[in-house]
Design a protein around this ligand. Structure first.
Ligand code: GLU
Length: 446
């Protein structure tokens, strides 16, 4: 395999799909060496097949807003790869959603799901619907209209969507209600992230953030460091940021920043339970602003227009959106003494930022390893649904712990360089890739 040749071909076929091309390039560059040791992969054209989604559904979603006006959005579901299990991955509602964004996410999801040790293929879906400023009734009508189109393409053994940016427990509830009405069966395993009284799993809401901190703990332990008393800057204030802030605080770290599109909140005294609870209220308000946090808690200061990375911190945790931490941000963090960065959002750092962290020799780990606890716990929800039982929070949490430890170990196994530096990007990509590639090889040319 020659990365340049494959990338040139993809750039020609998919012009302008920048996020998708970025995600593919990162994976191909890190697996190239290992791949070329396996002529059987080359012969079966594994890479050429793996970079294209199995199929993409695109559909119109029409709904009526509170003023009685008719609104039309575009809906998508990208079924990327099913070599190791049914398609699995979240749904994103955000005004910038387009095929490139969902293809990058579906591609990443394929490797992430492989890393979880659970049998799940990769998928992603979503819509350019913008939840900001929408009423609860509008969100319900949109979710219902979206599911009206999607329901025939999903199922517990076919494709299992879940939440992502703009889609949380409330949206999953509205989509599940509509699915049940259309399918006329109580198929709990068709969606994950469900409510606790109707097939949801304990710990699922916390899982992405908790899992990320378990991963960070392992990464720090391996480097002889501890999270206790470390200062942590977090971007975002949604579900993932909340889970990460909660666990970081519980582990003795001080969360000194959270942020939104409007700016950053500097929170020098760290989080309290009241502050953590307020993050959930802010997210549910649909306003997408973080400034009210500093109005409610006077020991915090809102700095408009600034990112979380402008705050001096030991550990940086991007928890919001792709490419939210760029080369300049990385330089600022490094100048301020940051010694660990872990992507909790998918592809949260640009390639320039990753290169800056790695060449400075600080700890860095990619989203597909760090945030895999979310989808892993979705996998545990699917297992409970299939068995018609529910596990205790302690049981789910201990399984999540075990999974994050395994992912960390896989990254160390495949990512340790000769000089001893652990390249977690390489480790995660190779470990995920090997599993999917082997399965595709064994299943023949399909
Ligand atoms: N959207 C999450 C992710 O990026 C969770 C997906 C899921 O639970 O299926 O992994």
């Amino acid at each position: 395999m020659k990365v340049q040749t494959i990338m040139a071909d993809l750039e020609r076929k998919h012009p302008g799909e920048s996020e998708y091309l970025q995600a593919v390039r990162e994976v191909l560059e890190s697996i190239e060496e290992v791949y070329n040791l396996h002529p059987e992969f080359e012969k079966a054209k594994i890479v050429e097949r793996m970079v294209e989604p199995d199929r993409i559904f695109t559909f119109r979603v029409t709904w009526v807003d509170d003023r009685g006006d008719i609104q039309t959005n575009i809906g998508y579901r990208i079924q990327f790869n099913s070599a190791i299990g049914p398609y699995k991955g979240g749904i994103r509602f955000h005004k910038a959603v387009n095929p490139s964004m969902l293809k990058f996410l579906g591609f990443e999801q394929t490797f992430k799901n492989a890393l979880t040790t659970l049998p799940m293929g990769g998928a992603k879906g979503g819509s350019d619907f913008d939840p900001v400023g929408k009423s609860d009734a509008e969100i319900m009508r949109f979710c219902q209209a979206f599911m009206w189109e999607l329901w025939q393409n999903i199922g517990p053994d076919t494709d299992v969507p879940a939440g992502d940016v703009g889609v949380g427990g409330r949206e999953i509830g509205y989509m599940y209600g509509m699915y049940k009405k259309l399918a006329r069966e109580y198929n709990t395993g068709v969606l994950t992230g469900k409510g606790m009284n109707w097939g949801g799993s304990l710990i699922r809401p916390e899982a992405t953030g908790f899992g990320a901190l378990y991963f960070v703990e392992h990464m720090l332990a391996k480097a002889g460091k501890s999270i206790k008393d470390a200062t942590v800057a977090i971007s975002g204030f949604g579900n993932v940021a909340w889970g990460a802030a909660t666990k970081a605080t519980e582990l003795g770290a001080k969360v000194i920043a959270i942020s939104g599109p409007d700016g950053v909140v500097y929170n020098p005294n760290g989080m309290t339970q009241e502050k953590l609870d307020y993050m959930l209220i802010l997210r549910a308000s649909n306003q997408n602003v973080v400034a009210p946090f500093a109005e409610k808690f006077p020991d915090a200061t809102f700095i408009p227009g600034k990112k979380a990375w402008s705050i001096k911190c030991d550990i940086a945790l991007p928890c919001a959106f792709q490419n939210e931490l760029n080369g300049d941000d990385a330089a600022e963090l490094l100048a301020n003494g940051t010694w660990c960065a872990a992507e909790v959002s998918n592809m949260g750092c640009t390639p320039e930022a990753i290169a800056a962290f790695q060449s400075a020799g600080i700890l860095f780990a990619p989203g597909k390893a760090v945030n895999a606890g979310g989808v892993a716990t979705s996998g545990l929800e699917m297992t409970q649904n299939a068995m018609h039982i529910s596990w205790s929070a302690a049981e789910v949490d201990s399984k999540l712990h075990y999974i994050m430890e395994s992912i960390h170990a896989a990254c160390v196994k495949y990512g340790t360089q000769e000089n001893g530096y652990i390249n977690y990007v390489k480790g995660a990509n190779i470990a995920g890739f090997m599993k999917v590639a082997q399965a595709m090889l064994e299943q023949g040319i399909v």
